[in-house]
Design a protein around this ligand. Structure first.
Ligand code: HEM
Length: 299
């Protein structure tokens, strides 16, 4: 807990765990751990150098002292423990976690690049059956009044359905962007220019305590160190103008017929958001895990 709060490190720890687990492909022909999932393979090159993982080496560096102190705790567990703790420390729900994940053992266990989502075009899976709806199937869908995928909704569904999530899980998990910032530019950890919400001296927890981290980057919400449902208000309402960040994959949650009911529900009720978020986060944290002992254990 203290570590998460020390330098406002909650967001990067949540993103680290999501990028370790979110590589999981439930339909993979590869056996564990090459099917991806919460197995700690993100600590190895080449995976930590995948484009989507830019900056996450700093998350690993934060955890290294804990790993050194408690070597019997596996990397996969440590990464997921840090994330669930970070959500809670930032004011989010308590997640019913279990532990005992088996670790990927060598760099050869890393999953191939390309399973994590892109936030803006070009979306890499433009030729998949989902996106074929942009042609003939799209026209047909319009005529039959069926829901029509755009490039970004198709991409989100391709990525998250592959993990085993449905639309509800996609929207709930996207709500994690209530925390943190986009715009980490380079391997030195420098951020893109500040907005008024990420400038030095601002209080991103919503109280009067200034951020202890480096200024810079663009946040999705005003209080970007506070886990709440404000993401679901700021993304569609354009609040904050260009001072608040939105990916194409954030905006589409408020347009697509499958996503919209969940996005609206979470905007109206933080309780409903927390309830669904904690279920989705637990599922994410267990994707592709092999448990030792079987079934894992609670702490
Ligand atoms: C829905 C598809 C998603 C896309 C396209 C996406 C994309 C991104 C991008 C582009 C960034 C900025 C990275 C940077 O510039 O440094 C980011 C940050 C972040 N993402 Fe996501 N993300 C997605 C889903 C998720 C999920 C499921 C979670 C967690 C459950 C999550 C948690 C975070 C957090 C906490 C940050 C802020 C990190 C920081 O401030 O250091 N994201 N995401």
């Amino acid at each position: 807990m203290k570590m998460c709060a020390a330098d406002d490190d909650n967001p990067i720890l949540i993103r680290l765990a999501w990028h370790d687990a979110g590589t999981f492909n439930k339909d993979s022909a590869e056996p564990w751990p090459r099917c991806g999932g919460a197995n700690g393979s993100i600590r190895f090159e080449p995976e930590i150098n995948h484009e989507a993982n830019l900056g996450l080496v700093f998350g690993l560096k934060l955890l290294q002292p804990l790993k050194d102190k408690y070597p019997e705790v596996g990397w996969a567990d440590l990464i997921q423990l840090a994330s669930a703790t970070a959500v809670e420390e930032a004011g989010g729900p308590v997640i019913d976690m279990r532990y005992g994940r088996k670790d990927a053992a060598t760099p050869k266990d890393c999953v191939d690049e390309g399973n994590l989502p892109a936030g803006d075009a070009p979306f890499p899976d433009a030729d998949t059956p989902q996106n074929a709806r942009h042609g003939f199937f799209r026209s047909l869908s319009w005529m039959l009044l069926l829901p029509v995928d755009t490039m970004e909704t198709a991409h989100l569904r391709n990525v998250f359905y592959r993990m085993g999530f449905g639309d509800e899980g996609i929207v709930a998990l996207s709500g994690a962007h209530t925390l943190g910032r986009a715009g980490q530019l380079n391997a030195e950890g420098d951020w893109s220019p500040c907005t008024k919400f990420t400038a030095a001296g601002v209080c991103p927890r919503g109280g009067d305590a200034p951020s202890k981290g480096n200024p810079g980057g663009s946040s999705w919400t005003r209080n970007w160190m506070k886990f709440d449902n404000s993401y679901f208000a700021t993304v569609p309402d354009g609040e904050g103008g260009s001072e608040l960040f939105k990916l194409e994959t954030d905006k589409c949650l408020f347009v697509d017929k499958g996503f919209l009911p969940f996005a609206q529900k979470y905007k109206e009720s933080q309780e409903a958001f927390f309830e669904d978020y904690k279920k989705a986060h637990k599922m994410l944290s267990e994707l592709g895990a092999v448990w030792e002992p079987e079934g894992g254990f609670a702490i």
